[in-house]
Design a protein. Structure first.
Length: 407
């Protein structure tokens, strides 16, 4: 086991070093589509002064209304209503002095985005990162941003085909962190493209104030065997572009968060003792003629997930595995139907504290202006303790209506 962990650490470290220090002039363009500064945008407001300064200003909001209905064995009455502004964000990006020196800032203002639903301290800063572009295929980042983790998490919440991300993402994602990031695009003589991504980060998550004595190492490889997606569609859900030829992206992430202090690594409550967490993520995106398929598998492990204090209170690392799969079809030029099935299975070491959960949803989206302005409706069922426990007490129905509006 120790040799396996060591080998994985070496792999992640070597991948990051290769990402940061590789360079080539054989390739013509960068196809990165996760978080980075955008200089040429058709929407939003642009300010510029000669070639020394540029700022793009954009905003978006998600307004929603929904319900949750708990099954108690007798009826399926509505237990909760949700009516709120789920997200309200302001994005500023551009460059200073030269297009090589780019910045990306994202601020949040809704209660959920400020983390005030789970904590007492407002957290308005979601992203604050500086980028240095070495060439068209290679750039570095320093600051706070999304780690190169599971695909659904790196996809912007404004580009989702369901109102929320899956339960698998909520428990096993890597999320945001502060550190040094590296991105490199490798184009072969054929259409195939390799994307190499790496990060060395604090491991404590966004806006962390504590000083930790361990770091987090993340490495990711993506393969696009049939070339680039239209309009960066490998990081946007649904085939709005109606890809005329099959497009596929396969990704794998390995991460080790040394001496982590939170139950989910970069997320969750504080542990009573630090633990080293290892994560494996494999995902894929496929699109062709209006059909879309996205699937991802995530797992997290640690040697001893249970931590206790002097009073006997227990806090545990969320270890186990999860999977999330979407199948979608454009049923018109601007309308889409999508299905989701996702599940999480806790490791046996924590199954006393955490149940298996499965969820299935069907969604309809009407795109008025792509993902920027759209109307979404989802309905689904979530059940505990296995697929055959359809009428288990504690299961729930959920429904959601959401409007996305932004520039």
């Amino acid at each position: 086991m120790e040799k396996y962990i060591l080998d994985r650490k070496v792999y992640i470290f070597m991948l990051f070093i290769f990402t940061v220090f590789s360079g080539s002039k054989l390739f013509s363009q960068t196809v990165e589509s996760d978080e980075r500064a955008l200089l040429n945008v058709d929407e939003g407001i642009k300010f510029s002064k000669d070639s020394l300064f540029q700022m793009n200003l954009r905003f978006r909001m998600q307004n929603r209304a929904g319900f949750n209905s708990i099954y108690n064995g007798d009826n399926l009455g509505v237990e909760q209503f949700e009516m709120r502004v789920r997200r309200l964000r302001l994005r500023l990006d551009g460059y200073v002095l030269s297009p090589k020196f780019q910045y990306y800032i994202q601020l949040a203002f809704s209660k959920a985005d400020l983390d005030l639903e789970t904590g007492d301290i407002a957290q308005p800063v979601r992203d604050a990162i500086l980028y240095y572009t070495i060439n068209k295929n290679f750039y570095l980042g320093f600051g706070q941003s999304k780690l190169p983790g599971n695909r659904e998490r790196v996809i912007s919440s404004g580009n989702l085909q369901f109102a929320d991300r899956s339960i698998a993402n909520s428990l096993f994602t890597l999320d945001r962190d502060f550190g040094l990031f590296g991105y490199y695009t490798l184009r072969t003589k054929s259409e195939a493209i390799f994307l190499l991504k790496g990060a060395i980060s604090s491991g404590d998550g966004r806006n962390a104030s504590a000083i930790n004595n361990g770091l987090s190492y993340t490495g990711r490889v993506e393969v696009l065997p049939f070339g680039v997606f239209s309009n960066s569609g490998d990081y946007s859900e649904g085939d709005l572009e109606f890809e005329p030829r099959p497009k596929l992206s396969i990704g794998m992430t390995l991460s080790e968060n040394q001496k982590a202090v939170r139950t989910g690594g970069q997320l969750g409550a504080d542990l009573f003792q630090a633990r080293t967490l290892n994560s494996i993520i494999v995902d894929a995106m496929f699109k062709y003629k209006g059909w879309g398929l996205m699937s991802e598998y995530m797992s997290r492990s640690t040697n001893d997930p249970i931590t206790t204090n002097e009073l006997g209170d227990v806090r545990f690392v969320i270890v186990g595995k999860g999977m999330n799969t979407h199948v979608s079809r454009m049923v018109g030029p601007k309308s889409e139907l999508a299905l989701r099935y996702a599940f999480v299975v806790p490791d046996a070491s924590i199954d006393t504290y955490l149940d298996r959960v499965d969820e299935s949803l069907i969604g309809f989206t009407h795109y008025l202006n792509g993902h920027r302005i759209k109307v979404q409706a989802n309905i689904g069922y979530r059940w505990l303790e296995g697929l055959y426990q359809i009428e288990n007490s504690g299961n729930s129905w959920t429904g959601m209506f959401q409007v996305e509006f932004g520039i």
